[in-house]
Every structure is written in C-alpha cells, then in structure tokens.
Design a protein around this ligand. Structure first.
Ligand SMILES: C[S@@+](CC[C@H](N)C(=O)[O-])C[C@H]1O[C@@H](n2cnc3c(N)ncnc32)[C@H](O)[C@@H]1O
Length: 269
C-alpha cells in the first residue's frame, strides 16, 4: 500500500460509519454513473463499485492509480483516470447524467467545487470538506460565515450539511474538523448562465467591501457616480444603506442584471 503523501492532501478515511453516510447521501446508485474525485486507496470506491452501474475515479497520485487499477482489474464497470481533476471536464468524462463524490484534497477544495459546476451539473454531489468550508458553503444571509462562496454557490445549487467528521476518522488525521455536504442543482437558479461569470466576480468584489454600505459598493465595483449608483439600486429594488452580507443570491442577481446592458439595448449598440 503506497504511503500517505502530504503534498497531495492525503488523509484516508477509516471510519465505516462516515463512509456509509457519504454513500447514503448520494441516494440510490443502481444503474447510475458515479464520478469520484481523489479515490486514494479506495475506501469509498469499494462501496461505490458494489452499487453503481459505472464508476469513474480520478486520481493524481501515480502510485495510487496503479494500486487502484490492480484492485479493480476484474471490474469492467470501473475506470481509474490518472489526472488532476481540475484539468478534466467532468460532464464530458461522464458522457451523460452523473453523480459526483469526493473526500477532496483540502488544498484545492474551493476550485474543485466550482469546477464541478460546469454544465450539465451532477444530479447530486457529496463532498467531505473542511468543516469551516462546509459552514461557509451552507451559510444563510446575515450569518457570520456568509460570504462570496455562499452566494456564488447558492445562486445555482442547494447546499445541505450532512454530518460533522472528527480528525480521528482519517489516517493520518488532519489538524482540522471536517464535514460532509450534499449539493444539488437548483431547479431555477437565481442567476442565468449568460451572466454567471459577471455575477461571480461582482459578488467577490462586493464581499471585499463587506463592511461598506451597498451604494458605496456599487460605486466602487461598477465605477459609477453617486447618482447613477442610486438609480441602479432603485431599479434593482435594493436600499442604499444595506451591507453585502445581508443580500440573498437573488438580490445580487437583480443588481448584476441591472448593471449588465442587454445585447439589444441602445447603451451597448
Ligand atoms: C483526502 S484524500 C481522500 C482519499 C480517499 N477518497 C479516502 O477517503 O480515503 C484526497 C485524494 O485526492 C487525491 N488528489 C490530490 N490532488 C488531486 C487532484 N488535483 N486531482 C485528483 N486527485 C487528487 C490525493 O492523492 C488523495 O488520494
């Protein structure tokens, strides 16, 4: 068995109850395609291959890839892909509807979660992440952990906390607490795909000014004078003096829509 490598964020799950709750959170797997991020030594993969129609596991560590290919050699429905997950198009790899799961390496948790928003999105994604990241992902407006990560995710997906996981569930144990979260696409996202990129950068910039009133945020981020910024807020139906940390994803979306000239509007022609 290859030794754990710190630089790949390797903390292998050893607690059967945690492994079961991750698989349970995915829902029924019979006949479905499961993509797993960072299978490691196969603790989670072992459970997936018993239930799913097809398992595609993406692992960066060459030694672990070899170990996994030997382990599942007689299972034609299992594919081990040697790659950095961030360089792989997940919907293309899956080739159809899929569910996503991963005890993800903590050094790239946020990039992985945003990478997995590529359309068409997984029907459900279950991640084991640092507890503090899980709390930020699921935080409601006004919560002390509510921030750009919460808004940018919740604009397009629902996030639910499944359970907390202590360091003792891993070998070697990480220095932080962890949590399992379940992410499902929203039937009607708050933001349209065409303005999603602009939405994300506006939200990031707004939370860089989270202590400022919204009028100041709009003036700074959109480079507008006071009068124009006030008109924008009025059109978006938002007060001048609220702070970004109290706005819902739908509030941000209205604001970004007002700030985005439509292709057929005179301003952009
Ligand atoms: C926290 S461990 C989880 C291992 C296993 N799923 C388990 O629960 O025991 C994270 C895994 O992700 C792999 N990994 C790290 N960076 C990766 C990347 N960029 N792309 C794919 N896998 C990666 C690591 O080698 C490791 O196997």
């Amino acid at each position: 068995m290859p030794a754990a490598r710190k630089r790949f964020g390797q903390h292998f799950l050893k607690d059967a109850r945690v492994l079961d709750s991750i698989v349970d959170a995915l829902g029924p797997l019979e006949g479905r395609t499961v993509v797993e991020i960072g299978p490691g030594r196969g603790a989670l993969t072992d459970r997936l291959v018993e239930r799913a129609g097809r398992v595609i596991a993406i692992e960066l560590d060459r030694d672990l890839v070899q170990h996994l290919r030997t382990r599942y050699a007689d299972m034609p429905h299992v594919e081990i892909v040697e790659a950095d997950v961030l360089t792989v198009s997940l919907p293309t790899l899956a080739g159809g509807p899929y569910v996503l799961v991963g005890n993800v390496p903590y050094y790239i948790t946020t990039p992985i979660i945003f990478h997995a928003l590529e359309l068409p999105r997984p029907e459900v994604a279950v991640y084991l992440v640092q507890k503090e990241v899980a709390e930020r992902m699921a935080a409601p407006p006004g919560d002390k952990t509510y921030g750009a990560l919460s808004v940018n995710l919740q604009a397009v997906v629902d996030v639910a906390m499944v359970r907390k996981v202590p360091p003792s569930a891993f070998n070697p144990p990480p220095t932080v607490d962890s949590a399992v979260v379940r992410v499902t696409p929203r039937a009607v996202p708050s933001v349209e795909a065409e303005i999603e990129e602009k939405f994300r950068s506006f939200v990031l910039a707004a939370f860089g000014l989270r202590r400022k009133q919204l009028i100041r945020v709009v003036r700074t981020v959109a480079s507008l004078d006071a009068e124009r910024a006030a008109t924008v807020l009025q059109e978006a139906g938002l007060p001048n003096d609220v702070r970004p940390e109290t706005l819902t994803p739908a509030d941000f979306a209205r604001l970004v829509r007002v700030l985005t000239p439509r292709p057929d509007s005179p301003a952009s022609s």
